[in-house]
Design a protein. Sequence first.
Lengths: 499, 499
Amino acid sequence: MASIKDLKKKYREFSMLISAISLMGWDQRTYMPESGADHRSEAFGFVYSDLFRRATSDETGQLLSDLSEPGVYSSLSAVEQSMVDNAMRQYKRFKAIPPGLMHRFAVLSSKCEKIWETARKRDDFSMFKPHFQELLLMVKEMAKHYGYEENPYDALIEGYEPGMTASKLRKIIEPLRDFLVPLVEDLLMRSKSKNQLPSKGHYPRNLQQKLFLKVLDVLGFDFTRGRIDETAHPFTTTIGPGDIRISTKYPENDFTMGFFGTIHECGHAMYEMGFDENLVYTPVHNPASLGIHESQSLMFENHIGRSLPFLTYFYPKIQETFSPRLSEVSLRDFYKAVNTVSRSLIRIDADEVTYNLHIIIRFELENAMVNNMLEVDDLPAAWNEKYKQYLGVEPPNYADGVLQDVHWSSGMVGYFPTYMLGTLYSAQLFAKAKHELNGLEQGLMDGDTGPLVRWLRERVHKPGATHKPEKLIELVTGEKPDPKYFMDYVKHKYSEIYR
Amino acid sequence: MASIKDLKKKYREFSMLISAISLMGWDQRTYMPESGADHRSEAFGFVYSDLFRRATSDETGQLLSDLSEPGVYSSLSAVEQSMVDNAMRQYKRFKAIPPGLMHRFAVLSSKCEKIWETARKRDDFSMFKPHFQELLLMVKEMAKHYGYEENPYDALIEGYEPGMTASKLRKIIEPLRDFLVPLVEDLLMRSKSKNQLPSKGHYPRNLQQKLFLKVLDVLGFDFTRGRIDETAHPFTTTIGPGDIRISTKYPENDFTMGFFGTIHECGHAMYEMGFDENLVYTPVHNPASLGIHESQSLMFENHIGRSLPFLTYFYPKIQETFSPRLSEVSLRDFYKAVNTVSRSLIRIDADEVTYNLHIIIRFELENAMVNNMLEVDDLPAAWNEKYKQYLGVEPPNYADGVLQDVHWSSGMVGYFPTYMLGTLYSAQLFAKAKHELNGLEQGLMDGDTGPLVRWLRERVHKPGATHKPEKLIELVTGEKPDPKYFMDYVKHKYSEIYR
């Protein structure tokens, strides 16, 4: 008789291999000497293949199919059922792709990403094009294997945001786009001059380090269960349940990038640290989705970090750290500087207001490509056209235009919308928290993030992947995901800043 | 038909798992947050078990047995034969111990080591005794399973120093002991006052770091293939062929500990970095033995690092680094201070001359215990007796006496002699290098370690485990291992220092 214990045992084993894989990935990005690279790829690939073999074994399949039998399944608790559901969804996605195709995809996507790097440096789309065309064909083939009802795009986004579809996205995006385009227009009308960050200057690395440790401490980051290191591209990774690591960078001419980046990664880490420990090593001791994950990093970065209440508490500490450099910059000026709206070409440099327009552009283009409504040949023109239309800017080259992101080059189609969903979820969750927690903003002014963090832990973090993202938002806020909270939030915040 | 290719393929796979295991071990000692410990143990154990299962599988056994068939074996090259021999030796040792016993040993030795930690802190031998008695019984049982001709001790040391036996050791130890005991007496007669290190004082961590990087650079440590980190207990570990890592520490009251420790670990790392790259991932891309390994660390630490020629070159850089702290300490005084002979209780604090007496004591005691000539009950008294006899000191407590080392508590019996063999091999190899390389010492005075390093690489490092240690020494020096080189070396060096 198959039992949920067997599934837990299996996932516990998978978790050990995942941990080894995560550690190899972390080390590769932090401390590995350069000559270790080739060996690391091979070791990584070997352990990953071993995990894949176990996860897709007939034994795993049989166990999941036994547990899904109505008689067995109905005897399980709701949480156990979600374990089976999650494991089954993962198993099916793994098995959906024929091994040969999966292998060709791995090889091609890795090659294509390398070519993208060079193509971007050389600002040469034609060099990238044939490889991306080939990769896109493969992605479409994979979508067919995964299966979908309406739109092949649905099969792809499912891998990042379970339950999300292109048509649901469109219902969110249309009002959002129609709201954002005129809002940006309006805000920039009010203040033509771009708010220059007053923080440019020399900010010593060691002082930044001290400051970032301080802000992590205030935010409740548990250093017995995590650490922070320096990498070119900040990230968060989970090595094990008591071992969650973030990274940041310390460019000395501008500490704000690393500062808000650190707070952002802290939000990701708090989520991973917050899964119910009773669920450890099970298929639901995982994020509900990438959108929910991003909602937590953005909650920390934007709703806490870049908020006036929190900066009221923390900005004096920033001034003190870099004293006397910022002594003549008022709180208000700093707040405005780190919340400046501008029409930018580059997604990762974008502010809260324009950010989603970058995402919407990518969604519209990738959805069109997957549905054969747009050829890769025409992609740069379509890209530039949309930037002109939505953001009023036109990329002067490929590097700052269609070649700016790594995602497509590595075969990640359907990933971008999770960034946008993160902004929406975080606003909706924060609105709910504000409603339920008395004096939340006063708390932030006192540097007390405890009530908010505990609320998030209890409501959002603990369940892990027990619920799909849409359901989780509904359970926590009483409503389905709704972009109005985000729209209210940016309208209110930025009308005040640009009053 | 079994082929050497199959063996190479298998070992390549094992190497990937060994790499994951090594990385987990490295991370545990360097950067892992404290709450990651339990998970790490489990993940480590899981991957280790997986490796063990593969290494002891029937398939591996069959392959090795096929390759050992005279018809097949004789068709292999000498290096390939040594691959088979090494793999077979490892396989047989793994298989010799019944899985139940191996498991009980793993559990008990881990427990016993923990108890030793506490017992040492509390200076309580009686607390340690029953567990060590039980562990020793198990070690003797394992020796029976491994098999031996003369002495169960031989079965144990074979795991660390292939080909070595208690009787061979005794032939080395007797003249060595008879030489060392009066030598120490004589040296200390000449200078009653212990040469105080003139270097005590405040040596900032960041300056030590800079200095250690400089010395590693002079010694030829390749930072594209390695790195250095800080740990409580310095060590060297290989993550992969292009990724060999050392660690050190920076106590601010005495930089010499970390300085010579760094040079010591550099020697270990140079060995691992020097294996022939054509042998990569094979059973012989490994150290010949722990004794040979130690000979390389001691070559760097003592024959280079603590030598007058090298310090003639490097001491001015030390003075400069900590300027003006050491400006009044002459080269000669520094040289004497870091080569001071003293009767100490603690092995790891011992100088080059007395060090082997500590090892000889341990060998004599463990050999007696394994042969039922000494009961654990009587161990502390026997320990103190030998310290009095050989070193003229008597431990005032257990912590600085019989409980000072971790080895026995973790079941490592037969390990200590490899430290001594390292001192002998290093002296014999250095004597040969000096003979073959013109101007070796003049080179060291100019900070040019290149000729010696290349000589070591070609003669000692490249072969890896192709030869057993005794054979390797013979191939390189034209003679079997002989303690006379070590005796000549210390006699000459310390007579001059204590003249």
